[in-house]
Design a protein around this ligand. Structure first.
Ligand SMILES: [Cu+2]
Length: 250
């Protein structure tokens, strides 16, 4: 990287570019992988971030640095939606997006404050080593998550599936939500989302994690006839979200 480029790319611009990449990744997922309008907001955010990144890049002045700070804080408000992915290296979309968002926010915030201080002091911008370190970390995180995704991906034998009750997880919902199963019959969960889900029936210690694109048999043989509420523990908040009811018939 030559001196000119080194001086042009500030830590703030780098951070805002990572935040833009986060939004674009979510946009690609929503358009090409799943039909999910929940991702439109981060997608629109990515376009705003891209524009701000360009402005900060072109006019590295006090007001644009300040604007970049505001956008970084706005982007950080979406961390809630990606926070779960940070703990799941096997869900590449969420995990990589979560890492991008966190690193991007830190660079945009610290770099923004730094550039405001620099403008007052007139010192030259730096941080090339920190930026290449961050890029390397993101690269390693992406490889780990894709490897984790591929190795933890599970499928169920088609012959077994044809005799089982199958519940699909799609667009952050169970389909169907009300599941009826005869005692002794198998329950199979399939995940059609690009995000990890699970099947949790807390009071009976039943918990099965289903990664993106995976299928799994859930052992419900211990349940006596009756109705049981179940959830995806990753996507239920105050009793709302991914919930359903399992009815076991005698
Ligand atoms: Cu879920």
């Amino acid at each position: 990287m030559n001196d000119l480029t080194e001086n042009r790319i500030t830590n703030q611009v780098f951070g805002l570019a990572l935040l833009t990449a986060t939004g674009l990744l979510m946009l690609v997922v929503s358009v090409f992988l799943i039909d999910d309008t929940d991702l439109v907001t981060p997608a629109v955010l990515s376009i705003v971030l891209g524009a701000v990144t360009y402005v900060v890049w072109r006019f590295d002045a006090t007001w644009s640095a300040g604007l970049g700070l505001v956008v970084a804080l706005a982007a950080a408000s979406t961390v809630f939606y990606l926070a779960f992915g940070i703990f799941q290296p096997f869900s590449p979309i969420e995990f990589v997006a979560g890492i991008l968002l966190m690193i991007g926010f830190l660079f945009a915030l610290v770099g923004g404050v730094g550039s405001l201080i620099r403008q007052r002091r007139g010192s030259a911008p730096g941080g090339a080593r920190a930026r290449s370190g961050a890029l390397m970390f993101i690269g390693v995180a992406a490889v780990v998550s894709i490897a984790g995704f591929l190795t933890t991906r599970s499928t169920v034998d088609a012959a077994l599936a044809s005799e089982a009750v199958v519940v699909d997880m799609q667009n952050f919902a169970f389909e169907p939500e009300d599941v009826t199963i005869e005692a002794g019959r198998r329950l199979i969960l399939t995940n059609s989302d690009a995000f990890a889900h699970d099947f949790t029936l807390d009071t009976f210690d039943i918990y099965t994690h289903i990664g993106p694109g995976s299928e799994a048999i859930v052992d419900v043989s211990s349940l006596a006839p009756g109705s049981y509420p179940f959830v995806c523990s990753l996507h239920v908040f105050d009793g709302e979200g991914m919930i359903g009811t399992l009815t076991v018939e005698g």
